[in-house]
Design a protein around this ligand. Sequence first.
Ligand code: NAD
Length: 495
Amino acid sequence: MNEAWLMTERQEFLHFIDGAYGPSASGKTFPVVAPATGEIYAAAHEGGEAEVNAAVSAARSALNGAWGALSIADRTDLVISVADEINARFDDFLEAEIIDTGKPKSLASHIDIPRGAANFKMFADTIRTISGEAFETATPDGAGAINYSVRKPRGVIAVICPWNFPLLLMTWKVGPALACGNTVVVKPSEETPATATLLGEVMNKVGVPKGVYNVVHGYGPGSAGEFLTSHPGVDGITFTGETRTGEAIMKAAGTGVRPVSLELGGKNSAIVFADANLDRAIEGTMRSVFANCGQVCLGTERVYVERPVFDEFAARLKTGAEALKVGGPIEEGVSLGPLISAEHLDKVLSYYELAEQEGAQVLTGGGRLALGCATKNGFFVEPTIWTGLTDESRVMREEIFGPCCALAPFDDEEEVIARANNTYYGLAASVWTDNLSRAHRVARRLEVGVCWLNSWFLRDLRTAFGGAKASGVGREGGVHSLEFYTELENICVKL
Ligand code: NAD
């Protein structure tokens, strides 16, 4: 592993500001824990106002200086070379991500790191081919006018990230921000500081001007997150995380009327009709419930199954869950890793208890998992399936973010649409049916940002991504990202 991005053997994550790594002025650090072992493996510097001020000021200087002066072609060339360099250092990013998250290497090497690189490439390609609008406008003197639009960078963007796909979700924002000509200050999750730090090396290696990409570590309230989102030098805030945090960030953004892009929580449903291809529905639901140990915003926590196939579906999902191998990131054949932290472990286990108090039958799982050897103190839980919960129970209404789901039978289409929509959230849904008309009919009536028909997490990065209701504000992806990362100016020319 390349250790140039670490300050000492003991692993210390430094801030990356104005093209250089450095500690906090206060000297304050916080521990970083490897979830697969439960052990502290590093310390990260905690940023305060001094570091946030320095990062925002470096970002402003780059915008008004070397970065702002680049042509679109030169800028997007650099953004593409960031993607190439991530791929060239694939193993370093992979190692950093799996220590921080504990997720299986097979998952991180197929999703997290390749998508982290692809996010730069795709948005650079989008920006290169985008065209503006132009109108010929009639005027009373008959000479007319021409209106045309130009897209300009929004400015200094604050990027606040969660821990579940640290590199992937951070670059989903940094990629379009840089391709559009902005500069960024990133506040990675306090749980997962590694890959955002490593990306600083990549920026320097490929020649991205200093100050374009900055990273300040720390927590949210009273720490780097809050200082950054309330900083008057920030022109826009893009955030992925919990809905509650999104509300706090939206309030902070109100001062100075700064735009926000918010990708928030969910309580997603899957709907399985009796005519569905059950092999595919089981395979898809296994992934949507258990992938990344259930720590996927798009994951399914409520599964509505049409009554004639309910028992068969439940039995097969149980068999699938019991066949999952839970373990550390580099163990052979592991498909389920740990939860991210001791705190999140407590939260998920509290829902496991609550489910039983609310009258659930535990089809499988329901507890903590004690593994052996190095992982004996890791934050592992059993994949868990419940039946018998009402739609009003807290377990059916609140986001748990663990490897668990509740199964409930339904009898007709109208009923299941109403039940699926009976939630505060509106992120994603998946519908399993071989009836083509019904599939389209149900999809458009679900109050969500994305609905998958006979699939799950099949992503095309050009499509609009975001949540309805309390699951978000705005859409990112492809040309939709331009709405947030650029300011559209209309220029009117009288002929
Ligand atoms: P979180 O909201 O606890 O933290 C996210 C980030 O916000 C962290 O970097 C944190 O330090 C920071 N933060 C916290 N309070 C802040 C404040 N007051 N001001 C500024 N920054 C603050 O979320 P998490 O636990 O890291 O991630 C899990 C959540 O993210 C789940 O709810 C999940 O559904 C959601 N999520 C949504 C999407 C999506 O695309 N919609 C994707 C992934 C995760």
